[in-house]
Design a protein around this ligand. Structure first.
Ligand SMILES: [Zn+2]
Length: 429
């Protein structure tokens, strides 16, 4: 990896990509896309000869894995990549590369394993981009960053220099150990998933931890509004930043106003609308070449913001990331048809409760359709929750299934989702 390259990309992203209008942005994107697609059509066997974007098939994880060998442009076979990545996870040594390429595993919510390939150049780009987006004082100031991750990969070590001290924390580690180390390094920047940030906030609240980061960045899970408010309060910050990213790229991030914008300066996003403002993003990364990401359809539901953001960015502003398409609940409608209910409506049922305010809850729709509510509720609280769900069912005209109440819990290290639908993986991809 090159410090020099990271610096170059940092400058490019920080100063080189501002667009006066949406029109200018789209114009520029078209040029970038044409150029990129020409390269891909020449170098990726599975896309050979394709011309316009519309000729490329919509891709998902299955497509990427099934066509792994013909898709990547660096001559890596799926079997060798898989073996290599599993070995790294097992030994927790993420430094080696395969044919000069970083190989990583991504576990989807459905438990299906994906493999990602990233070249050194792409890594430098990624690091430069993140730094340009978030470092408040530029790359020449010093920073101590605490980064919580499910597993390390040398992807994240790219962001390391004399001035930027980057401390990796294993999500699976013990909280006591985290607290001790955090106390010692006193990070200015704290990066982690919301469930972890909330756990740290609790430590702070109870006086076991005293750190004062001036930048808190939420990654990997959906940050719920109420959790965001809580983090703001406890960390004393006006904005909790968010990066919406997956192995398919860094797709959206917050601006200084705290609004999430699509990162349309590095990815092209088609929108598959579900209603007037909700859409599923279909991503084309016009900078990734080792493992091209072309028209990759994500499972997430994003919600457009109605009003433009005050920051003036030409990139689309989002109201929020609502959750996975997989986590839309399905109920039997009065008319017998299956009725989809977006995660937001389920969340609101829990938030509208007035008798009892709970900070921690999860609502899971089981494969048999029933609702399991995890939360430490009193009898009165349970009654109220039931009433809220009944109200929703009536309003949306569906038959309310059985509701089962359970104490709050979630598996450590697993992605925490407030609203989740269990799937029968035998029948679904
Ligand atoms: Zn903005």
């Amino acid at each position: 990896m090159g410090q020099f390259n990271i610096g170059r990309y940092y400058l490019l992203y920080k100063y080189g990509r501002h667009f006066a209008s949406r029109e200018k942005l789209e114009q520029w994107q078209r040029k970038k896309m044409n150029h990129h697609l020409r390269y891909i059509a020449r170098h990726s066997a599975v896309y050979r000869g394709k011309e316009s974007l519309q000729e490329y098939p919509i891709a998902d994880k299955r497509f990427m894995m099934e066509n792994f060998n013909q898709l990547n442009t660096v001559g890596i076979r799926r079997e060798e990549a898989e073996k290599f990545a599993v070995e790294a996870e097992k030994t927790r040594n993420f430094t080696p590369k395969l044919k000069g390429i970083t190989v990583g595993l991504s576990s989807g919510t459905s438990g299906k394993r994906g493999i990602f390939l990233i070249s050194d150049q792409e890594k430098d780009r990624w690091a430069g981009y993140i730094l340009a987006k978030f470092l408040p004082k530029g790359i020449f100031a010093s920073y101590t960053i605490a980064f919580f991750m499910r597993a390390d990969s040398n992807l994240y070590q790219a962001v390391r220099s004399r001035k930027i001290r980057f401390h990796f924390f294993d999500l699976y580690g013990e909280m006591e150990e985290h607290v001790r180390r955090l106390q010692q390094i006193s990070p200015q920047i704290l990066v982690g998933q919301p469930s972890l940030l909330l756990a740290l906030a609790k430590e702070i609240e109870q006086g076991r931890l005293a750190i004062f980061p001036n930048l808190v960045i939420s990654i990997a899970e959906v940050l719920e509004k109420e959790d965001e408010e809580r983090l703001k309060k406890i960390f004393g910050l006006e904005v909790i930043h968010q990066v919406y990213q997956c192995t398919e790229g860094c797709l959206a991030s917050t601006c200084p106003e705290g609004t999430i914008h699509l990162n349309e300066d590095i990815v092209h996003i088609e929108r598959e609308y579900l209603d007037e403002r909700r859409f599923i993003p279909i991503v084309t990364d016009f900078e990734r070449k080792a493992q091209p990401i072309i028209r990759y359809r994500l499972n997430d539901i994003l919600v457009e913001k109605k009003e433009p953001c005050a920051c003036g960015s030409a990139c689309l502003a989002l109201e929020k990331i609502e959750g996975r398409e997989d986590d839309v609940f399905w109920f039997k409608g009065y008319d017998g048809a299956e009725k989809p209910v977006f995660p937001d409506f389920i969340r609101r049922c829990m938030l509208f409760m007035t008798e009892e305010q709970i900070e921690e809850y999860r609502v899971v729709q089981e494969t048999d359709g029933s609702l399991h509510v995890y939360g430490d509720l009193s009898e009165k609280g349970k009654k109220e929750a039931e009433k809220e769900f009944a109200c929703l069912a009536e309003g949306m005209e569906f038959v309310l299934p059985q509701i089962v109440f359970k104490p709050y819990s979630w598996e450590k290290g697993r992605k925490m989702k407030r609203v989740e639908r269990k799937r029968d993986d035998l029948h679904h991809g």
